[in-house]
Design a protein around this ligand. Structure first.
Ligand code: C2E
Ligand code: MG
Ligand code: MG
Ligand code: MG
Length: 282
């Protein structure tokens, strides 16, 4: 059987294809419309420094409110956006919205930097530097309030080209961090070649810290990061045990549901006040 996808597109489906494949095709078809129909929104997750007991910024994460399927995770739609090229306008959108948000927060006395995630596709397209420069100028945000999170896997693609692009991004004064560090091909040798400011330890590490051998690995990573003058932030911090292990290892920057889940823009101020009123008792 064939089912119409509109515009002369058809797919043949059978039992083996499974629900997953059909859902994916549906999402791909709908992603094109999602943008003009305003179905995307942004949530912000706080980052916390336990040494100073203070917030150190917010990561902007994209969400898709699908009209029938409900909230779709970026883990599902970002790969589709990368394949279809939609990732470029989508990144421009989240970058501009997030920078604008940061400017508004600053006007209200919330002086926190923001980070966004950037896909490999943007490095291939060579438009990233221009996009970042234009948006910062347009919204009037100081570059040191912006950080770009790139993933480890993407660094493996075309290292020299990426190094060149990262250099020009950092020359603008924008920070760069390596996301999900340790989740894939942990190429330690790359760390002294790619120009970055920080490492984000993948949450798998945070969740494995009760294992002595994993602690030994993280310890080595932290000492190496220290000598390379890189900041390190642990992802996926969910409970007090995680915090204690990380502290013992000398990792004081943390992000995770324990401190704050990704939240809507209008929840941020309340969250900051709550943390303040708790006397930062974390
Ligand atoms: P990421 O950049 O590593 O973001 C962290 C992910 O971990 C987020 O998932 C966040 O909700 C989740 N998380 C935070 N704290 C905890 C915790 O304590 N425990 C657990 N188990 N998970 C936690 P999310 O929002 O679903 O995003 C998934 C990935 O999608 C992101 O991983 C990022 O790689 C990608 N992504 C999200 N937004 C964008 C975007 O605007 N552009 C691009 N290119 N990628 C994006
Ligand atoms: Mg990230
Ligand atoms: Mg990550
Ligand atoms: Mg990730």
């Amino acid at each position: 059987r064939a089912k119409s996808l509109g515009k002369n597109q058809y797919y043949v489906y059978n039992e083996e294809m499974g629900i997953q494949a059909i859902r994916r095709m549906e999402l791909e078809k709908d992603l094109h419309k999602a943008f003009e129909q305003n179905e995307f929104f942004i949530v912000y997750q706080p980052k916390w420094n336990v040494a100073t007991n203070s917030p150190i910024g917010f990561e902007a994460l994209m969400r898709w409110q699908h009209p029938r399927l409900g909230i779709v995770s970026p883990a599902e739609f970002i790969p589709i956006a990368e394949e279809t090229g939609l990732i470029i306008p989508m990144t421009r959108w989240i970058l501009e919205k997030t920078c604008l948000q940061c400017v508004q927060w600053k006007k209200r006395g919330i002086c926190q930097p923001v980070s966004i995630n950037v896909s490999i596709r943007l490095f291939k397209s060579d438009t990233l530097n221009e996009m970042v420069y234009n948006i910062l100028s347009k919204v009037g945000l100081e570059p040191d309030f912006l950080e770009l999170e790139i993933t480890e896997a993407m660094v493996l693609h075309d290292v020299n080209d990426i190094i060149r692009q990262l250099q020009s991004i950092r020359a603008l004064g924008v920070r760069v961090s390596l996301d999900d560090f340790g989740s894939g091909y942990s190429s330690l040798g790359l760390l002294d070649r790619i120009p970055i400011d920080a490492l984000k330890l993948d949450r798998l590490f945070t969740h494995d810290l009760h294992t002595p051998s994993k602690r030994a690995i993280i310890n080595a990573v932290l000492r190496m990061a220290e000598s390379l003058q890189l900041d390190v932030i642990a992802e996926g911090v969910e409970n007090y045990e995680h915090i204690e292990y990380l502290r013992e290892l000398g990792c004081h920057r943390m992000q995770g549901n324990y401190y704050g889940k990704p939240m809507m823009e209008d929840e941020v101020e309340g969250w900051l006040q709550l943390m303040e009123s708790k006397g930062h008792a974390f």
